[in-house]
Design a protein around this ligand. Structure first.
Ligand code: CTP
Ligand code: ZN
Length: 156
């Protein structure tokens, strides 16, 4: 009991907003950075290297009064597919779901092929989300047909 109480106090509860939980520990700072919360003025709580039964170590980000749009959820899913998105209303959990990728990822990712038309002209990128023979997620560019693995993903 004593021990449970201490765990709860690691990262404070929020009243309204979104919790991104179960982020692989080593991705925590990247997720925080890519959400561009630098100028956000409401409360944000951030924890990393926290103990987790499922992950060994995990990160968590709690953002008051913030509800993510699909594009931001796709970004989170690309970097931290294991993450859970939790909506909090008046201190209660009102929604909880694993982040998921759409069939197509539009606009948010750059093509890693410098010769791709999307890097030369003002054309929005568009990638089909595929799974290769190893079960790894990849992005196939609609324009140049090159396939990008996770390590090559850069956001616009
Ligand atoms: N949470 C929060 N503020 C609240 C309520 C919950 O920040 N007012 C956070 C909790 O700290 C937790 C997450 O939202 O990280 C999910 O809450 P809950 O479902 O109550 O926790 P668990 O049962 O521990 O969830 P799981 O087993 O999925 O980790
Ligand atoms: Zn391309």
């Amino acid at each position: 009991m004593e021990n449970n109480k201490r765990k709860e106090l690691k990262v404070s509860a929020i009243r309204n907003g979104t919790v991104i939980d179960h982020i692989p520990s080593e991705k925590s700072f990247q997720v925080l950075r890519m959400l561009n919360l630098d100028t956000y003025s409401n409360q944000i709580y951030f924890g990393t290297g926290l103990e987790s039964q499922k992950f060994g170590k995990k990160g968590i980000i709690k953002i008051s009064e913030k509800y993510f749009a699909d594009e931001e959820i796709s970004k989170i899913a690309l970097v931290a597919p294991s993450a859970t998105l939790i909506e909090i209303t008046d201190y209660e959990v009102t929604k909880k779901e694993q982040v998921h990728l759409p069939e197509y990822v539009e606009k948010i990712v750059k093509c890693f092929n410098p010769k791709c038309v999307t890097n030369i002209q003002d054309v929005k990128t568009n990638f089909r989300v595929i799974t290769d023979y190893n079960g790894e997620m990849k992005l196939a560019c609609h324009y140049c047909e090159k396939t990008m693995s996770k390590e090559n993903i850069e956001f616009k």
